[in-house]
Design a protein. Sequence first.
Length: 400
Amino acid sequence: MNAKAPEMHSTIDPTGRLTGKVRPKYQNESTIDSIGRRNTAVRRIATAKRFCPEQMTELDAFLNNSEILSKLEKIIVNQPAWEVTKQLKENIKHYVAAAILSTSLISFRSTKTAKLISQKLLDLNLDLPENFRHNAAAVDKLEEAISEELTQRRGSIKKEICSSMSKNGGSNRWQRLPDNECSNIYELTRALVKNTRCSVTPELCARAAILRHAYQKNNGNDFWKQVDATIQELRRKGEGDKKMTARWVKAMLDQDCKKFSNGINVDPGAQESQSELQTEMDQLIENSQLASGGQDNSADDVLGSADQNRQGDEQSHADGSRGASKASSAHSSPQPEDGDNGNIDLQPSNIPLKVMVGLSDVLILDEIHAEASKLMVITQNHSRVTAGDAGWCPPPLGPC
């Protein structure tokens, strides 16, 4: 229903504010706000142009003309409510995928992720109307669309993790596969980046290993809580040292490779180049975490109802595989190898790798074995990997 504009008997004082009788209450308060801002701006321009008193009086009469105000309000009120466009939905999908697959992300349940993506889209002004930031209802719709896409992406990731180790035996009951029939880490990571603008990198392979490790610890129950807890455990074991944290993540990746991929490792020379979108979101998330001291305390239970429903999606898999995977339910944390207290004896090399531990700063680690080129070889069809030198220290995740 259109709001009827009552007559305005107020005038504009020298500061540009409405004075006189109390301003009548409109059903659409945003219309009054818009008109008030317009009047203030016009008044300031008139003052800057040195209008004489007579001209200011005429201007006041024009600005407060009830007939004009009524027509203006009809134009404003009758504007259709803003909706998320198809093009914007596509942009949201790509930015959400890049954020949720960022190796710098330290909490998958944090409210900050949606806000970061929203802020990024606002800054880029991608398919957004003018003065969009001032439309609170529209901004809420944008954030709601981002949150829904995050929910969908989390659900698809959990499903891929489950599918990498299980098969659907019918009636939505999942059966655990033998380890040698499970997807190797490269195949799993490729599945995670499917239909996104992200690339398979050693960092992302390490992140996939952490996700799979977390899934096994509790058969997929409370999966995202377990993922966040696993990342925090790695940060704690690293004791604030970036190299030590990287080695703990390496140990987890090595464990995954040994268990599911017959001891393959990840060759930095065979990796795909990280996409520009991945780099952009990594930097955005890192900057946000550095600004908060590398902490994210907003990761209380913020999952939406759809997420909560998905937490039980693979319950039948857990029920069907418990007997066959008691070892995985008692899944122990991997240990750093080759040295006391988790230290790894690495030789300097001229092959620098970015080691991100999701866990705070970006570390350029030059201590890569000279024989790194002998590691995992990915064939042209990206369907096979071969065993390599276990002395290489692969890059893990994001802030430490």
